[in-house]
Ligand binder design. Structure first.
Ligand code: ADP
Ligand SMILES: CCCC(=O)OP(=O)(O)O
Length: 362
């Protein structure tokens, strides 16, 4: 692989595609390609955005004088695939089919593996995904919901959860493989998970359970939910949009931006204060619940995601949970580095890439 020194990292979100070039673990250059919501609206399915996003990435590479012949691998954030163990996976035909279809639903991250493969093929190198949102390592007992027709599902911010746990372990001089943490990823969606010996043992499905988030309703009183559905005020698409894009802070306060909520509180808005506190309260309760999954033997609690920049939220949660274990705050996310590291572990021969067809039930 003479002259091939870079890994291209691709992380598609609903309104942007984060891209970066890594040389080893150093980020050489990065960029956030934003996609205007009017532009995104034109596409019927997530998959239909593939060419538009790929072309923009190729143009960006050209503008930065990065030739495809300098790439040693391409890695993308993986999406709503079949339930699968964590790790680095080579992109394969069966995986591409499931990403295209959206096996567990539509999510921008479904494009990660698809675009990685598209560019990897042009560059003549292998493409990978790492710890997609479909990572499912939960214990069997955690799958029982209370209604046989509806098993609990694992949809979790696995990439960032594992990356920040590794980072905190390094800081504490602990082995990731011999540690127990509860990690709350507090972004547009929220997941709380117990991570024991490198495995995510349980999690609230970010779209359907647990604390409400900036834009998702998440866990709701089920009887009243049924009543609202049967009120026929909404069709299915509208209702899904209501609970996923228009719930949480958006539903109560009309914004998904925690910084705007801060401003509302500063201006004396008592409703904003109550709702913001309620979000912290629900996150803290979920952390307590997940701490019981690991018998209260918790090395630390990690607060991460964009909202972990917010001092009020961090303070409220910390006051409620620090009786369990010390709280570590890792605001934002470590996803780009985590993707690069996942690909490098395979490229450098420290790990073998997993094969999707061998790890999931086809
Ligand atoms: N500096 C900050 N202070 C407070 N909240 C922030 C800050 N930066 C981002 N956020 C909030 O984080 C949320 C988005 O988190 P993020 O992890 O970027 O989500 P996602 O990746 O799901 O889009 C938004 O509510 C945003 O307002
Ligand atoms: C679908 C589970 C993971 C998730 O919610 O990711 P985003 O917050 O990036 O939408």
């Amino acid at each position: 692989m003479i002259g091939r020194k870079y890994v291209l990292v691709i992380n598609p979100g609903s309104t942007s595609t984060k891209i970066a070039i890594y040389q080893g673990e150093n980020c050489v250059v990065s960029h956030n390609l934003s996609h205007d919501s009017e532009e995104i609206k034109k596409y019927n399915k997530i998959y239909d955005q593939k060419d538009m996003r790929t072309d923009k990435i190729l143009k960006w590479l050209e503008e930065n004088n990065i030739s495809l012949s300098e790439l040693q691998g391409v890695v993308g954030r993986g999406g709503l695939l079949r339930p699968m163990p964590g790790g680095t996976y080579k992109v394969t035909e069966a995986m591409l089919e499931d990403l295209k279809l959206g096996y567990q639903g539509q999510h921008a991250s479904n494009l990660g593996g698809i675009i990685a493969e598209e560019i990897g093929k042009k560059a003549g190198v292998t493409s990978f995904i790492v710890d997609p949102v479909a990572v499912d390592e939960v214990d069997e007992v955690a799958r029982i919901s209370g209604l046989p027709e509806i098993p609990r599902r694992s949809l979790v911010h696995a990439l960032n959860v594992k990356a920040v746990t590794r980072r905190v372990c390094k800081e504490l001089n602990k082995s990731f493989w011999k540690s127990s943490f509860v990690v709350a990823h507090i972004g547009g969606g929220i997941t709380v998970s117990p991570v024991k010996n490198g495995r995510i043992l349980d999690c609230n499905n970010a779209n359907e359970e647990g604390p409400f988030s900036p834009e998702r309703a998440a866990g709701l009183p089920v009887g009243d939910l049924v009543k609202l559905i049967f009120s026929k005020k909404y069709d299915e698409k509208e209702f899904r949009k209501k609970i996923i894009g228009e719930g949480g802070l958006v539903g109560y306060l009309g914004t998904n931006d925690a910084r705007k909520v801060e401003k509302m509180i500063e201006a004396g808005d008592e409703k904003a204060l109550l709702v913001f506190k309620a979000m912290a309260y629900q996150i803290a309760k979920e952390i307590g619940a997940m701490a019981t999954v690991i018998n209260g033997k918790v090395d630390g609690i990690i607060l991460t995601g964009g909202v972990a920049y917010d001092k009020k939220i961090v303070d409220w949660i910390s006051q409620m949970v620090e009786f369990i274990a010390p709280v570590h705050v890792v605001p934002g996310e470590d996803e780009m580095l985590a993707l690069a590291q996942g690909a490098l572990r395979v490229i450098n021969g420290q790990e073998n890439a997993k094969i999707y067809e061998e790890e999931v039930q086809m």
